[in-house]
Write a protein that binds this ligand. Structure first.
Ligand SMILES: [Zn+2]
Length: 95
């Protein structure tokens, strides 16, 4: 798992994600399935908060060695959108 300190950490990975044919599906709150449409490879991305710090984890090789991979970045983009929607709707987010 890797700590996501700032949006900047994600921006480079997000740039790589934009150039990849990645498809993000929501499995459940904070859990995503990212599919590479070119290779057909599927990865599971999880987000969690521990001691007020945000962490992400991906099941790909890069994710296993604590690198912010493009799958994590792609899922994070989706997650930020979902979190914003939650805030607007006034529904408290589950921890
Ligand atoms: Zn990954």
């Amino acid at each position: 798992m890797v700590e996501m300190k700032t949006a900047d950490d994600l921006s480079k990975a997000a740039e790589r994600a934009r150039h990849s044919k990645l498809f993000v599906q929501v499995i459940q709150w904070r859990q995503y399935r990212v599919t590479n449409r070119e290779s057909g490879a599927e990865y599971t991305v999880n987000f969690f908060v521990r001691d007020g710090k945000r962490f992400g984890h991906c099941t790909c090789k890069a994710g296993m060695v604590n690198v912010i991979c493009k799958h994590l970045a792609a899922a994070a983009g989706r997650h930020v959108m979902m979190a914003a929607q939650h805030r607007r709707s006034g529904i408290p987010m589950a921890a």
